[in-house]
Design a protein around this ligand. Structure first.
Ligand code: TXA
Ligand code: MG
Length: 320
């Protein structure tokens, strides 16, 4: 697959590709984002695949208005204030997911929170409006590489791995958005970025910089068991033990009463899209069904299989 360069006038084509579940890079005021339909789990899995990331980091969801963003999270007074002052603009707010939030669990790497922002870039906003839903987008670079601020940078890293890049010119801000966690009691600055911390403090008072002492969520992907299910996980299971539910990959092991199928056709992209859904669902059933644990069938260490196994290994680590 060659990556198409779409001139800005072809914005409707970019929106159409997103609706089809394709990956489309687009410019924002900060850096180019690698976009996918946030509500389509397989499209979101494609982002991790294209970036070559060996683990699932939570992604930012982009919206065309604060109203649209706040329909998928539970905003508080501080969020409303900051949105009124800084959106559209380079500020990302982490808030609890709304109960009926349709965004794929994979986009937030299974966390109960969601990072949302309204980018301050006319073309990005037009694309979001034309698409008509949230777009999950990390920076459009390969894992470990520098964030791109021009379409050429995106192609250097991702040509042949994504459907298209919408040419939105150079990014005026050039550094990523500021990430502020408003899901706890005190606001926590998780990543400095395009909006200065001082500007946020002028609006809402003192921020905690980095994680509060003793807290473990500074960088969600780093903590071994950060959203581990309550049930113990047993990886690479070849048989089932009594009282175990099964997280299946391919033909299910015989004898399980409760099965969640990650991918019957043994497709790691489909399995990634279903992973967090499956863990949550089996965990929810544990309470009523007296389950002892979750057995996980072997998943190949290929492509997204690496990230899936990384996540499952963390989730099976003893809880701190
Ligand atoms: O400027 C930007 O923010 C760019 C453009 C494309 O919007 N995007 C970007 O995405 O930088 P990414 O994936 O490279 O960085 C996302 C940051 C990470 O530090 C991630 O840990 C944090 O946001 N994040 C996302 N969801 C989170 C959540 N639910 N809780 C805590 N942190 C979260
Ligand atoms: Mg990045």
């Amino acid at each position: 697959m060659r990556t198409r360069r779409l001139p800005a006038t072809h914005l409707d084509e970019a929106a159409r590709l997103l609706r089809e579940g394709q990956l489309v890079a687009f410019g924002t005021e900060t850096v180019y984002g690698l976009g996918a339909d946030a509500c389509n789990g397989e499209a979101v899995a494609g982002i991790y695949q294209a970036k070559g990331r060996p683990s699932f980091n939570p992604l930012i969801c982009h919206y065309h208005s604060a109203q649209a963003a706040f329909s998928h999270v539970v905003p508080n007074a501080l969020a409303e204030r900051l949105a009124a002052r800084f959106w559209p603009g380079p500020l990302t707010l982490v808030l609890p997911r709304a109960p009926e939030c349709p965004v794929s669990k994979l986009a937030a790497a299974g966390l109960p929170t969601l990072a949302v922002r309204v980018p301050g870039h006319a073309l990005a906003l037009d694309l979001l409006a034309a698409f008509g839903g949230p777009v999950a987008a990390p920076s459009a670079n390969r894992s470990g590489h520098i964030s791109p601020t021009r379409p050429e940078h995106v192609l250097e890293d991702l040509d042949g791995r994504i459907s298209a890049v919408l040419e939105c010119g150079p990014c005026p801000v050039g550094v990523e958005s500021t990430v502020l966690d408003l899901s706890g009691e005190t606001p926590v600055l998780l990543r400095p970025g395009g909006v200065a911390a001082e500007a946020l403090e002028a609006e809402i008072g003192p921020l905690q910089r980095g994680a509060p002492p003793g807290a473990a969520l500074a960088s969600p992907g780093m903590l071994a068991s950060h959203y581990a299910p309550a049930l113990p996980l047993r990886l690479n299971a070849e048989t089932l033990l009594p009282g175990e539910a099964l997280l299946a990959f391919g033909a299910p092991l015989p004898g399980a009463r409760i099965v969640f199928q990650l991918s019957a056709r043994r497709d790691v992209i489909e399995a990634a899209a279903n992973l967090f859904e499956g863990l949550h669902e089996l965990d929810a059933k544990a309470a009523t069904l007296e389950l002892r644990g979750i057995a996980v069938q072997p998943i190949p260490e290929l492509g997204l299989g690496l990230a899936i196994n990384d996540r499952l290994t963390r989730a099976s680590a003893p809880k701190a």
